[in-house]
Write a protein of this length. Structure first.
Lengths: 311, 308
């Protein structure tokens, strides 16, 4: 806090009073700004509190063991089963398909843009990828259902109209910009003299990229991958539109299935009364999803610590 | 080393490495081309299917059971009103939080907790925000499935984006500006309000636009709070012809938005509805592209123009 000494002392009481008011105003503003900043902490606690409190009610009806081991998820049927496994398998399969596309392609594009591309190409490609990342997910869902699925059916005639494969493929394409831009940022923050040292002993650009730049930026690349994984796990609309919404314990991407997120969407589209067991299931599913992304985030944090390079 | 065999060996090794280099270059270009082609396919497919539906009536009609009579009037009005609420909530809160973290926050435990929190919130799946809003806004606060609840939900969702953009914009202002203000006897808040904020306004605006572009396309959290998919009326107009001329009734009315309207049409089996979906998607994509393009332009312009 900067307090200005008053040079003229002809009316000291008045000046002092003004300064006091000024000081008070400064403190009030600082307090308001602090409250705005702490809102984020409040949001986090609100999310955790809501998910856990509604899930606790749910777990009074459904034993945790059944929730984790039952192989059927039919909460809205008369013969209700509450096994999260089918939803987790759908999430895992669609995310795996997406990551098989997004991680290699994102990395290759990042290597190209950071180490090979001329200045103009990079200046055009980066904003273009950013635009691609800004397209609404529901539009990607439309693309998956009405363009990619028919295309894949021409190659794989057995593919049903809804499948985890086409949803995962499009999800992968959707995630490429996130992975590539974060990976590229990490690679470009590697100091130039490391590259120059590598070039000086006769390495090619590819060798420099793979053996010098990538190891040096491993913590940033790990962070990019983790972000890609969390996005794939939490993605909703593409799967909801293109993968169908029946819970299905499958590990084959050529089948339709529901994911954790699409189940929440499906329930929300219907009209479920507040406080019913069906209402609580979406919070239990949401808690599972949050825990999954939390695991990946902690993993990413550890990886970043482990591989942090200091130049 | 003058042994010719040895030299040839070295040449072979060099050629081998150069081949790999070329291969990597080609792979990079191909990967980038695939991204470009995907975009062209996505856009082209929607233009072919949706363009014939993009007539004036499409923008001025309510959704309907007959695909050729259906339009997006209630959807775009809903989207506009929700964006108003989102911007009104997210901009002051996000900028205030960013200013606090950059200019005021002492280096202590609480600040660190807030910073980690902002980073983590950016990684929370959007549907989780929907669940938060369903529990908190819709039921605890009793806002119901209203425009206000949806706008606040999206505001929470884009808050981390606004905070991060504000911090980056503020960080790029040299410390000499602040020292100049302090030297003239300005208080901290005077320095922030009269110097730091005006100079970082363009950077903050960029972040806000990117955040709003993201919010426009968000579907999952809005579905989760229970938005209706079939709305054939408009919320009360905010401007009234009688005193006090402004009305806030619309805040608590039900709504639908562009992405939900599109989702609703995509999930129908009839092809005619899917053409409607393509048209709605086209409008949505053009809107987000324009907003993101504006943000990119602003940032580019900023980087070139400002010299301290």
């Amino acid at each position: 806090m900067v307090r200005v000494p008053v040079p003229v002392i002809s009316h000291p009481p008045k000046n002092l009073r003004r300064n006091h008011k000024r000081y008070l105003k400064e403190r009030i503003i600082e307090l308001l700004l602090f409250l705005a900043a702490s809102l984020s902490v409040f949001i986090t606690f609100a999310i955790i509190y809501l998910l856990i409190s509604e899930s606790l009610v749910f777990f009074e009806h459904v034993p945790l063991w059944d929730f984790l081991t039952d192989t059927q998820w039919t909460p809205l049927f008369d013969d209700a089963h509450y096994g999260i496994l089918p939803l987790v398998s759908g999430t895992a399969v669609s995310s795996l398909v997406a990551l098989v596309i997004a991680l290699p392609f994102g990395t290759i594009i990042a290597i190209y843009l950071s180490e090979f591309a001329p200045f103009t190409v990079r200046e055009i490609a980066k904003p273009f990828l950013e635009l691609l990342g800004g397209i609404p997910t529901v539009v990607y869902g439309y693309f998956a259902l009405l363009f990619v699925t028919p295309l894949l059916q021409a190659i794989l005639p057995d593919l049903p109209g809804f499948s985890l494969l086409s949803a995962g493929l499009v999800m992968g394409i959707m995630i490429i910009p996130y992975v590539s831009s974060m990976t590229e940022d990490a690679m470009r923050s590697v100091p130039m003299h490391l590259r120059e040292g590598s070039y000086a002993i006769g390495a090619t650009r590819f060798q420099t990229a793979v053996k010098v730049v990538m190891p040096a930026s491993l913590s940033g690349i790990a962070a990019a991958y983790i972000l890609g994984i969390s996005r794939a796990v939490g993605e909703t609309m593409v799967v909801a539109i293109a993968a169908g919404m029946q819970p299905n314990l499958v590990w084959n991407p050529m089948e339709p299935a529901a994911t954790i997120t699409t189940y929440i969407v499906q329930v929300s589209l219907g009209d479920l009364p507040h406080g019913s067991i069906g209402y609580q299931t979406i919070f239990a599913a949401g808690l599972t999803l949050l825990l999954l992304t939390l695991v990946f985030n902690i993993l990413g944090h550890l990886l970043r610590k482990r591989f942090r390079e200091v130049y | 080393m003058n042994n010719p065999d040895n030299l040839n060996e070295i040449r072979a090794i060099i050629a081998h490495h150069k081949r790999w280099d070329l291969l990597a270059l080609t792979a990079g270009i191909i990967a980038l081309m695939i991204a470009v082609l995907t975009f062209i396919a996505l856009f082209g497919n929607m233009v072919i299917d949706g363009m014939p539906r993009l007539t004036w009536e499409f923008f001025t009609s309510f959704p309907s059971r007959k695909p050729e009579a259906a339009g997006i009037l209630s959807a775009w009005v809903g989207t506009t009103l929700i964006m108003l609420v989102t911007a009104a909530a997210a901009i002051p809160l996000g900028v205030a939080a960013g200013v606090y973290l950059e200019e005021y926050a002492p280096k202590n435990f609480i600040t660190e907790v807030i910073e980690i929190n902002v980073t983590n919130l950016a990684g929370v799946p959007s549907i989780i925000y929907g669940l938060l809003a369903l529990g908190l806004f819709v039921y605890q606060l009793g806002l119901g499935q209203s425009i206000l609840a949806a706008g606040l939900t999206l505001a929470l969702l884009i808050l981390p984006i606004v905070i991060v953009a504000t911090r980056e914009a503020i960080r790029s202002i040299p410390v000499t500006i602040r020292e100049g203000a302090y030297a003239l006897g300005a208080t901290k808040w005077q320095t922030v309000a009269d110097h730091v904020l005006p100079y970082s306004a363009a950077g903050i605006l960029t972040g806000v636009i990117i955040g709003l572009a993201r919010a426009i396309g968000e579907t999952a959290p809005i579905i989760t709070i229970g938005a209706l998919t079939f709305i054939a009326f408009l919320p009360a107009s905010p401007i009234q012809d009688q005193f006090p001329f402004l009305s806030f009734e619309w805040l608590l009315e039900p709504f639908t938005v562009m992405p939900i309207q599109m989702f609703n049409w995509v999930s129908r089996p009839q092809e005619a509805f899917q053409h409607n979906a393509a048209a709605a998607g086209l409008v949505l994509v053009v809107m987000t592209l324009l907003m993101n393009g504006l943000a990119i332009y602003l940032r580019y312009h900023l980087r070139k123009k400002i010299k301290w």
